[in-house]
Design a protein around this ligand. Structure first.
Ligand code: NOJ
Ligand code: CA
Length: 750
């Protein structure tokens, strides 16, 4: 007993002496291809692995320890010796199925460091060093004392050189639906808990916890970004800051039993990434996360295509209509409740007439698809209840004629997008998944929006824990077998897996427009640095009516953006899946601004990041992938195999073409560029040049700009549209209102 009685100060001294001093790392393991970044590696006297990262002479990551604590009380963090180093390099260029550019260069130097301890534990570290960042992961080879093992915590550290400025959301095991905070690292705990919002499912773990992708800026002006790539069969990482040591440590999401990863050798962890860029625009141009993912796993990708869509959706989000059908029952039960015998409450959004109205709207305005939510039985009671058997994803409400509506849509060259709200019961979703995807095949749906609202079933699991990562992966792979594209909401934030599974055309996994008045101005100037690093977001832009009481009488709240801000998003936010989220009647009030949404492309062969600063502004120029037009026309005839009626084809891509060029047969499209900008909470003026245009060629520029009086609070709908002839010598200085933005379409004049 006496042994336990030690004073607090003695305990602190003991604890301090247990913290091993980081070794001086003087051995360079790798240089990046052009020598910009260098990586050092070494073992401490106790055999603990450390790495450090430099950009030229500047320290970026100070010596930082690596390793694991395991659930059985053992660890993989010291006693190691280096038994081999294998170096490699790659310089390849690959073509994404869809993306921000047609060709992506993957150029790195690599080292695989093999570590062994005296017990026979084998742990390898694979480092890949790019000119704009580092990726590294742990690998556990087959020859190993470790076979099955459970992680208590991954101990990967990121030791920082100063109290950097950071853009972050609170650490959480379930949700990324937060506003961002900009502050010094030392101030995180001051804001963290206050930033928690009442979400359907969230669980924080520390006032010093943040999520990745974490964007930082050093006082010397370097932009650092910590994230992860290729998270498969492993929990999602948060980051835990230690203000005394200025370190972030990985903090994995536990499963229902508190285990932070169940591994079986041979296996590997996701990549841990540190992006290092001298300019903010370089962060947006970096393809580090995509490059660290495996190449496309699908043999046939001809069925995957970009989608510009509208939806029977915003009207439910705003409270104008409802997902549910009846108020008759205090509770409903799958397969038991007799909806046909119930009295409709009259506000069901997904009714035949309303869906037809949206299909007509989509067809008239050149959209590919219409999302319909609330089409299936079960919406009356599930939210917040953690019920298991909520939906079967098969049975429509009595007023939603699934075959007839699909036939109607197809006759107009439009597809319906399926909606699967899993109610966060992954058990139930997996029970029905095969039948649900088969139903989609039967009626010609080729895209599904899935959702994970509420606490997860199996009980105790988290949206970011390993079993859930495996569920999301399963859903994508199974969908691919049915030629179905997936857009998952509330699922884990992505980590570049869309390179491997390009049918993953969207994810939400951040605060999107559905949060309406709760979204801070400037939110969309941060997301491309953070959430979008892992893959596209279904942000659901295009909200022209900021005042919710106008969209949905009886509701309240005003969103913090101008109309031109929403237009700018179609260019600054890359996504192959873009929604025009507002109601048709709201677009009808602003037909000239709506024209930009109709025109703008969603798939690109070139992207240029003209200006950027997180929280303040992003200006992006993009060139549509015109080659997709012909490819799509070809795939239209090729895919007419009877399994799915492919009906969109050529019409789908007409929006990328200038007026008068609406024929694909032998037509050479004229050159087109789009420029978009979004701003933050402050009014500003930005200047940029059009020197990316083809020299000597004239373009008609249509500029959609915040009017002089525009302001997100006082005049959010004030804009001007001007047309002029420009060429590559043109320089613009444009005002961006508070919460504002602008959009420009540039069309070559023949
Ligand atoms: C939350 C999603 O983000 C939203 O888009 C959807 O409408 C609701 N869940 C209902 O599933
Ligand atoms: Ca959501």
């Amino acid at each position: 007993m006496r042994k336990c009685i030690i004073s607090l100060s003695a305990a602190l001294i003991l604890a301090a002496s247990c913290v091993e001093k980081a070794p001086v790392l003087d051995e360079t393991l790798l240089s990046s291809p052009d020598g910009t970044l260098t990586l050092r590696f070494g073992l401490s006297t106790s055999g603990r692995p450390y790495y450090a990262l430099n950009r030229g002479a500047e320290d970026v990551i100070l010596p930082s320890a690596l390793g694991f604590d395991l659930v059985d009380g053992s660890s993989l963090k010291e006693g190691f010796a280096v038994v081999g180093v294998v170096r490699d390099s790659l310089d390849e260029t690959w073509t994404p199925v869809w993306g921000e550019e047609e060709r992506i260069r993957n150029h790195y130097n690599e080292a695989l460091v093999s570590l062994r301890d005296s017990l026979g534990n084998a742990m390898d570290l694979r480092f890949r060093l790019y000119d704009d960042g580092l990726g590294f992961r742990y690998e556990f080879p087959q020859e190993n004392r470790l076979v099955y093992f459970k992680i208590r915590e991954e101990l990967t550290l990121f030791a920082l050189t100063g109290d950097h400025t950071a853009w972050w959301v609170p650490g959480d095991y379930d949700s990324q639906e937060y506003n961002f905070k900009e502050c010094r690292l030392s101030e995180i705990s001051r804001y963290c808990e206050k930033m928690r919002i009442h979400n359907a499912s969230q669980e924080g773990f520390s006032p010093w916890g943040v999520q990745t992708a974490l964007q930082m800026k050093t006082d010397s002006g370097l932009y650092l970004n910590i994230h992860e790539a290729a998270v498969l069969d492993y929990p999602t990482a948060n980051l835990l800051y230690d203000p005394a040591r200025k370190t972030f440590q990985i903090h994995l999401t536990p499963d229902a039993e508190g285990v932070k990863g169940r591994l079986q050798a041979p296996c590997k962890t996701p990549w841990r990434t540190v992006m290092v860029c001298p300019r903010a625009t370089d962060v947006l141009a970096s393809r580090l996360i995509l490059n660290l993912n495996e190449p496309c796993a699908l043999e046939d990708v001809s069925w995957i295509h970009p989608v510009k869509y509208v939806g029977v959706w915003w009207e439910m989000i705003t409270g104008k209509t409802k997902w549910s059908y009846t108020d008759d029952y205090p509770s409903v039960q799958l397969g038991v409740t007799d909806y046909a015998a119930s009295t409709p409450h009259g506000k069901h959004g997904a009714n035949n007439e309303n869906v037809r109205r949206y299909i007509d709207f989509a067809a008239e305005n050149g959209f590919d698809a219409v999302l319909v939510e609330g089409w299936n039985e079960g919406w009356e009671d599930w939210f917040g209840k953690q019920k298991d058997f909520v939906f079967d994803f098969l049975t429509p409400y009595p007023d939603f004629d699934l075959p007839a509506l699909n036939a109607y849509a197809h006759s107009k060259g439009v597809r319906l997008v399926m909606h699967h709200e899993s109610s966060s019961s992954t058990l139930n979703y997996e029970r029905w998944m095969e039948r649900a995807y088969t139903l989609m095949d039967q009626y010609g749906y080729d895209a599904v929006k899935s959702g994970y609202v509420g606490d997860i079933i199996p009980y105790g699991e988290h949206h970011y824990s390993q079993p859930l990562i495996n569920h999301y992966h399963y859903a994508i792979v199974e969908a691919a077998k049915h030629h179905i594209m997936v857009n998952a909401h509330e699922a884990v934030r992505p980590t570049g897996l869309c390179r491997t599974y390009p049918n993953m055309i969207g994810n939400e996994s951040a605060m999107g427009t559905e949060f309406r008045a709760r979204i801070n101005p400037g939110h969309t100037t941060i997301l491309p640095f953070t959430r979008l690093q892992g893959g596209p977001m279904d942000y659901t832009p295009g909200i022209f009516e900021q005042d919710m009481s106008i969209t949905a009488p009886g509701q309240s709240g005003k969103m913090h953006h101008t109309i031109c801000n929403q237009l700018g998003l179609y260019v600054t936010f890359y996504s192959p899946l873009q929604m025009a989220a507002d109601l048709p009647e709201n677009y009808a009030r602003f037909p000239d601004a709506f024209q930009f949404i109709k025109d703008v492309a969603v798939d690109w062969d070139k992207s240029l990041y003209l200006l950027a600063e997180p929280g303040k502004v992003i200006v992006t120029a993009r060139h549509p992938k015109l080659s997709t037009l012909n490819a799509s026309a070809e795939s239209l005839s090729r895919l007419k195999d009877g399994r799915k009626d492919v009906i969109c084809g050529a019409a789908r891509f007409v929006y990328a073409l200038p007026e008068g060029a609406h024929t694909l047969q032998g037509a050479t499209p004229r050159d087109v560029w789009y420029v978009g900008a979004v701003g933050g909470a402050e009014e500003q003026e930005v200047s940029f040049r059009l020197d990316f245009l083809t020299p000597g060629v004239q373009y008609e520029a249509t500029v959609y700009a915040d009017a002089p009086e525009a302001d997100y609070e006082t005049a959010p709908q004030a804009y001007t549209i001007t047309r002029e002839i420009v060429d590559e010598t043109k320089a613009y200085t444009l005002r961006i209102a508070r919460g504002g933005g602008f959009a420009i379409s540039l069309r070559e004049i023949l």
